[in-house]
Every structure is written in C-alpha cells, then in structure tokens.
Design a protein around this ligand. Structure first.
Ligand SMILES: COc1ccc(C(=O)Nc2ccccc2)cc1NC(=O)CCSCc1cnc2[nH]ccc2c1
Length: 276
C-alpha cells in the first residue's frame, strides 16, 4: 500500500475518525489515508509529555526507527511517523478485533484450540524479536491486540529502550506477569535476558486457559508465589497444556522451554496446522 514506501507524512493526509481505546493508548484515532482509503491508527504524543532533553528525543527516535523496521504478521506495524512543533504522530496498523484482554474477559477463558493458536503466534512473534535481540519485557493481555482474522498483534508498550518511567509503570502496574528474576530486588536491572518473555508467555498461556493469572493474589502474596513458582493448574486444563505451562513457569530462566521447542510441543501441534 501507499504506506509501505518510505514517504513523508502529514496530518492533512488523514481523515480523522473515532478515538480508539478511549485514552488507554494515549490519544489514538482511527483514521483513513485520503488518497488510498487505507485505514490505520494515528497515535498522537505530546513532546511536552515526553521527558525533555537528556537525549530522550534521540531515544524516542531510536525506538521509532527500531519499530519501523519490524515486519512480522503477529507484530503491530508502525508504518511511519511525523511531527509538528508540539506533537509526534505515529502511523500504526489498526487491529480489527481490538484488545485481547477484552475478548478474554468476554469469553472468560479460551477453548484450548484457540489458546494454542494464540500461544503459537506469540512464540513466532517472540522468535522474530529475540533474533533481533529485542526483549519485549511486558507481555500481558493488555499489550496484545487481535486482527480481523483472529491473528495476534503484539504491540509496543516499552520495547527495547528501557525508559525509567516504564519501570515505575511496572512497579505500580500488575506484578502478575513479572518473572522471579525481575521481582528480586537485587537483580532487577542487570541479570535478566530474553528468557523473561518465556516466563510471561507461560503466565499468558495459563490466563488464556484458566481466565485468571496463575499467581493472582494480594501484591505481597503474588510476589511470594512468583518467587516460588507456586501455582495450581485446575483439573479442566488438559495434560498437554499443563505440561507446557509447567515447562515455561520455571524459576531458572535457563531451564524454560525454548521458543523453538514450544512450536514443536504436543499441545501446539495438536491444535495448530504446521506453518499456518
Ligand atoms: C507498534 O505499536 C506501537 C509502536 C510504538 C508505540 C509508541 O507509543 N511508541 C512511543 C512511545 C513514546 C515515545 C515514542 C514512541 C505504540 C505502539 N502501539 C500502541 O500504542 C498500542 C496500539 S495503539 C493502535 C491501535 C491499533 N488497533 C486497535 N484496535 C483497537 C484499538 C487499537 C489501537
């Protein structure tokens, strides 16, 4: 489409539609590119809201460069960006079925075939990111969108550049998805690697099948249960699914099932046609 060739964009190119996510994503609008009729999402960031100076603008530019070069069916596209004196505009892919966590709340929990398809797509997106040495760090239903053909669209929310405010957000946000190596106070910033995404994928798999996170509790108890990988998997979860969850929610990051092995796991193979 028109948006694929690197071009300069400006606000006049777009017919602005309804707000998306009502402030959840900041100011994001459904828009139509006038000439091509292409539907996408326009995210408006106010420069005043981004910490000024100290190279944050450079950091932002770097993040946008990284994201603009990502091409994967299960990663939300960043088609381009432009800015005016006060604002930065991001031209983003529009995910037709919206936020995954809303679909999950509506269905309360997903049937195993659907959960397995979503997990396989997540593993594929993570393989792509990890090959580029990008750790997502923040995998949870709130950060996942769904396309019109039920395809997973992993989105931003703090990739690559580890902005300090992101860490604060993590502290006040839910702990549910954080792996043990990130909640231990000493080693918060230095000793974790891409295997943190494997733990979070295990939490996500559990939540898809059970309808709530495995360590959901009071903050103090969640902290303690994560540190011990203390969870119970209800009897209605199939043996294969249980096996995969237990191979991802492992305290030692090096013992977690690798992404390639997830794609070959019996539970995934049973529900996903190869190379779908
Ligand atoms: C690739 O994705 C992104 C890339 C970058 C950024 C970003 O903000 N980067 C940033 C932050 C600070 C300073 C500089 C740069 C955000 C996203 N992604 C989202 O914000 C979530 C979907 S918003 C669009 C969208 C689509 N499809 C929908 N369907 C229903 C709602 C909806 C909402």
């Amino acid at each position: 489409t028109l948006l694929d060739e690197p071009r300069t964009f400006h606000l006049g190119m777009f017919e602005i539609g309804k707000p998306l996510g009502k402030g959840k994503f900041g100011r994001v609008y459904l828009v139509k590119e006038r000439t091509s009729g292409f539907i996408c999402a326009l995210k408006v960031l106010y420069k005043s809201e981004l910490q000024q100076g100290s190279g944050v603008e450079k950091q932002v530019r770097r993040e946008i460069e990284i994201q603009s070069n990502l091409r994967h069916p299960n990663i939300l596209r960043l088609f381009g960006h432009f800015h005016d004196p006060k604002r930065i505009f991001l031209i983003l892919e529009f995910a037709g079925q919206g936020e995954l966590y809303k679909l999950l709340r509506k269905e309360s929990r997903f049937p195993e075939w659907k959960a397995a398809q979503y997990v396989a797509q997540m593993a594929s997106a993570l393989q792509y990111l990890h090959r580029k040495h990008i750790i997502h760090r923040d995998i949870k239903p709130e950060n996942i969108l769904v396309g019109v053909h039920d395809e997973i669209k992993l989105s931003d929310f703090g990739w690559s550049v580890h902005t300090p405010n992101r860490r604060r957000a993590t502290l006040c946000g839910t702990l549910d998805y954080l792996p043990p190596e990130m909640i231990k106070s000493g080693s918060r910033d230095n000793t974790y690697d891409e295997k943190v995404d494997l733990w979070s994928l295990g939490v996500l798999t559990y939540e898809f099948l059970v309808g709530e996170a495995p360590f959901e509790d009071t903050p103090v108890m969640t902290h303690r249960r994560i540190a011990r990988a203390d969870m119970t998997i209800p009897p209605f979860v199939s043996a294969e699914a249980r096996d995969l969850i237990k191979k991802l929610l492992v305290l030692d990051p090096d013992k977690r099932l690798a992404l390639e092995a997830i794609q070959e796991h019996p539970w995934i193979l049973k529900h996903c046609v190869k190379g779908e």
